[in-house]
Design a protein around this ligand. Structure first.
Ligand code: ADP
Length: 604
């Protein structure tokens, strides 16, 4: 039945129609004399325009000459030509296979097969493969298959072994791979590759190639398959050296930020916390391990006690193009911080959220230094003022006794009356004493300013000192009475007698100066286990509370009308300080003043 069928010409023609490619029968002139159409393109189409035409002339150059050459070759040799060609047309690119065979002396037969679809698919596959290889190159990934029976690894893509990119799969032995793996990781890697049950899907190992730095590789298995009875494991490896390097760098930066000697915190715009470093936690008493994320700013940071203060900061930042520099006066007593300098700025994080980062630097030392500078400046200004007051005062203080001395020396020479002469002599003497005291004070003060004073301690009787003072002040007339209170039992202490007498003389002179003649001055001492306290108490004009400190400063005088240099008490304070003692006054204005000098016994 079958034999008969295929010998039937009509059936045969039908079978040919069904199974063959497009067929062209060309004569000696390459004119198409017969055809079976299976193709549709601008050259060979359903309209069969090619019939009766020269096939070669319908083709574009240089394809035409290429095919002409092939046909001539077939005619002359009787061999078959089988090749693929590109057919560029106005409609786009067509691809075809052309098999040319000699039919007889006059005709050749051309089998024309359209392979456009297949070629397009092939080129798509090719570009997909190229893209995959390019991605692999950038990501430093390679694909591998290992034949578990032969131990041969075939790989393509980025190669860590040769540092090159392998397009066509290459093969190496497992042995060679293992020799490049860091010795500490070899057994693990072998186990990973060979044990089918191995739970690990991924493994990290180190590659050490010659002098190159160690590279970190992550290998992943994704399938097992059999090929002709052999087990093949497929996977990919990725070079994660860069990734690890970046991670290490990130960890380093994070550690610097965390341990920086500044308070650093990050917040969402609404104030919710994101991050607080160690210093910030210490200042705000946040436990080190406590997760602060999403806690509100005012529940965490002491210097933002209210949400309002945070919102005001955000407003300021927005006002100043995303960055704000400001001083924060919040103090953290436990940390000895009295003020900080802050920078708050907005940074977008990796997922596009705007975060406010704040860096606070402790500037307490700077603030204290500034305060000190201000104090010194004020002190210098005061001292300058006092100095000029002193100079104008001196003018008066020196001229008055000097004029008296000159005046009375002239008068005395011409006064024969002995009583008057005696009277004038007293005036001369008192003015000279006043002048001498002035000069002594000025000289002593300048001496003290230029260096330490020398103390010469000796064994001194305290009652003895008071007796000596009572002798020198005993003769005074026209001034308040003085009472010296000697102790019932005398004490002998080791101290600089001359200086003690100088101190008490100074205080007694002041007391007499500021106490009316009907007043009283009491002088005495009290003995304590560790110190002796002298006192000079008067019933004079007294000193207002707010001036009781200042009177110990150089050149300070409460009332310019009283003569004096304003140096006496400053000199006393210097001497007492040198003795490690203390000098102070207790007074109510108008009711007298009591000056105390306290000197430690051990040091006198
Ligand atoms: P001065 O040479 O001006 O007395 P001081 O340093 O001894 O200089 O005293 C400074 C100022 O202290 C005096 O000018 C006076 O205003 C006040 N002062 C000192 N002692 C007394 C006192 N006993 N009573 C009232 N004021 C006093």
């Amino acid at each position: 039945m079958g034999n008969r069928l295929l010998k039937d010409f009509a059936v045969l023609q039908k079978v040919l129609q069904l199974t063959c490619d497009t067929l062209l029968v060309l004569d000696k002139e390459n004119i198409c004399r017969e055809l079976i159409l299976k193709t549709s393109n601008p050259v060979i189409n359903e309209r069969a325009e090619i019939l009766g035409k020269n096939f070669i002339q319908l083709l574009p150059f240089p394809l035409s000459s290429e095919i002409d050459r092939e046909i001539q070759y077939v005619r002359s040799t009787g061999e078959v030509s089988n090749a693929n060609y590109d057919l560029p047309t106005d409609d786009g690119m067509y691809y075809f296979k052309l098999i040319v065979q000699r039919l007889d002396e006059d005709y050749v037969i051309c089998q024309y097969r359209d392979i456009t679809q297949r070629s397009n698919m092939k080129s798509r596959l090719k570009s997909a493969l190229t893209a995959q290889l390019e991605v692999g190159k950038v990501a430093r990934i390679n694909l591998w298959s290992i034949n578990m029976d032969s131990g041969v690894i075939s790989f393509s893509g980025f190669s860590n072994l040769q540092q090159l990119h392998v397009q066509e799969p290459q093969e190496i032995t497992l042995e060679k791979l293992l020799s490049a793996v860091h010795p500490d990781d070899r057994t693990r890697l072998e186990k990973f590759l060979f044990e089918r049950q191995s739970v690990e899907k991924s493994i990290e190992y180190r590659l050490k190639m010659g002098d190159r730095p160690i590279e970190y590789i992550r290998a992943t298995k994704y399938s097992c398959r059999t090929e002709q009875g052999q087990l093949i494991v497929d996977g990919f490896t990725q070079n994660i050296s860069d990734f690890l390097k970046n991670r290490n760098e990130l960890e380093m930066v994070l550690s610097v930020v965390y341990n920086a000697p500044f308070s650093i915190h990050a917040n969402h715009l609404d104030g919710r916390m994101v991050f607080a470093n160690k210093e910030c936690r210490m200042q705000n008493k946040i436990p080190i391990g406590r997760d602060v994320t999403n806690l509100s700013v005012n529940s965490v940071l002491q210097n933002f006690a209210s949400q309002k203060s945070w919102d005001e900061l955000i407003e300021e930042i927005n006002h100043n193009n995303g960055i704000n520099r400001y001083r924060c006066d919040h103090s953290y007593p436990e940390m000895d911080i009295i003020g900080s300098e802050c920078y708050s700025f907005i940074v977008q994080n990796g997922i596009g959220q705007e975060l406010v980062w704040t860096i606070r630097r402790d500037i307490s030392d700077q603030i204290r230094y500034e305060q000190q500078l201000l104090q010194s400046k004020e002190a210098a200004e005061t001292s300058e003022k006092l100095k000029s007051a002193f100079i104008s005062n001196m003018n008066h203080e020196i001229r008055t006794p000097l004029s008296a001395i000159i005046g009375f020396s002239n008068i005395i020479a011409e006064t024969p009356d002995p009583i008057l002469r005696k009277e004038y002599g007293k005036i001369l003497s008192s003015n000279s004493t006043q002048l001498l005291r002035l000069v002594t004070d000025v000289l002593e003060m300048s001496e003290m300013e230029s260096g330490k004073i020398n103390l010469l301690p000796e064994n001194v009787s305290l009652n003895g000192i008071l007796s000596e003072l009572s002798l020198s002040f005993g003769e005074l007339k026209n001034c308040a009475s003085i009472r010296f209170h000697l102790a019932t039992q005398d004490a002998v202490l080791n101290m600089d007698r001359v200086r003690i007498i100088q101190l008490l003389t100074n205080l007694i002179n002041n007391a007499l100066k500021f106490t009316p003649p009907d007043g009283l001055v009491n002088v005495g001492y009290e003995l304590f286990p560790n110190q002796v306290r002298f006192y000079v108490a008067d019933s004079g004009i007294g000193i207002a509370k707010e001036k009781q400190q200042a009177i110990f400063d150089r050149f300070y005088k409460v009332d310019e009308r009283y003569h004096g240099s304003g140096l006496g008490l400053a000199i006393c304070r210097s001497i007492v300080n040198q003795m490690d003692g203390r000098i102070w006054v207790e007074s109510t204005e108008g009711e007298g003043a009591t000056f105390f000098i306290e000197i430690p016994i051990a040091n006198v």
